[in-house]
Design a protein around this ligand. Structure first.
Ligand SMILES: C[S@@+](CC[C@H](N)C(=O)[O-])C[C@H]1O[C@@H](n2cnc3c(N)ncnc32)[C@H](O)[C@@H]1O
Length: 239
């Protein structure tokens, strides 16, 4: 049975014992971190939030753990997520969040101080250069992207994946993975400089600062699917 990725994800979020997997084109599966997305922040997440400059846009906020923590710190922050169920859960937790694709109309274009791309969200749309170019439009001059990336050595990859929950399977959608050392090219193409890279608790991050002009070139990735992406964490291991 096939459904949209947002539907399958929504069913998984509603079931505390659900196991949600992403099926890759080579047949391997990645178990997705529903518990982590629904749970509290780790110290490494707090260290990312320490770097954020308000107002903060949490792109692909899921159930809202980062935007909730920012709000509790007293920062102006907004989560945006394409999946209605994720936004519902985020709001129930008290997190400010709206249902939208990051590629659609987002309030406050040009005012955001930081945009978060955490837990694999550089993969949204399957083309990191296009995603970063979109964030460049949303950020104010000098604004920053705080991105969680794959470990060094992971080449930029874009592929069509499906979500699986029991016997339910989603339509395929594009997702990307990129290692922390490979982020320079898409960042520069989108008008960002890589200001910092760090690792913390076996996770890898970069801070990208909007400076210079974006290059208006075609994406280096094939078949970006900006309107129909869903959740996958690049920090997960294939099972
Ligand atoms: C890997 S989950 C990360 C959740 C959250 N950032 C966290 O760390 O707890 C990816 C999220 O991105 C959302 N997403 C996928 N495509 C999107 C898009 N085009 N615009 C906004 N959100 C999107 C998914 O619905 C999902 O909630």
């Amino acid at each position: 049975m096939t459904a949209s990725a947002a539907e399958v994800y929504g069913l998984a979020l509603a079931d505390e014992s659900a196991t949600l997997r992403a099926r890759r084109p080579d047949g391997s599966a990645i178990r997705l971190a529903l518990d982590r997305w629904r749970g509290p922040l780790a110290a490494a997440d707090e260290a990312v939030l320490d770097r954020a400059r308000a107002p903060v846009l949490d792109v692909g906020c899921g159930p809202g753990r980062h935007v909730l923590a920012l709000a509790r710190r007293g920062h102006l922050a907004l989560g945006v997520d394409i999946a209605p169920a994720a936004v519902r859960v985020a709001r129930l937790r008290g997190a400010p969040a709206i249902e939208a694709s990051v590629f659609a109309r987002i309030p406050g274009a040009g005012i955001w101080g930081s945009a978060l791309l955490l837990d694999g969200n550089i993969g949204i749309g399957g083309a990191p250069d296009l995603l970063l170019a979109r964030l460049r439009e949303l950020l104010r001059p000098g604004g920053e992207v705080l991105a969680e990336l794959a470990p060094p050595g992971v080449a930029a990859t874009s592929e069509q994946i499906r979500l699986e929950l029991g016997d339910r399977r989603s339509e395929p959608f594009a997702w990307a993975y990129i290692g922390v050392e490979a982020i320079d090219e898409p960042a520069q193409a989108a008008g960002f400089a890589v200001a910092e890279r760090w690792h913390d608790a076996r996770r890898w991050f970069a801070r990208l600062v909007a400076e210079g002009q974006p290059r208006r070139a075609r994406s280096a990735y094939n078949t970006p699917d900006a309107a129909n992406s869903a959740p996958v964490s690049s920090s997960q291991r294939a099972r």
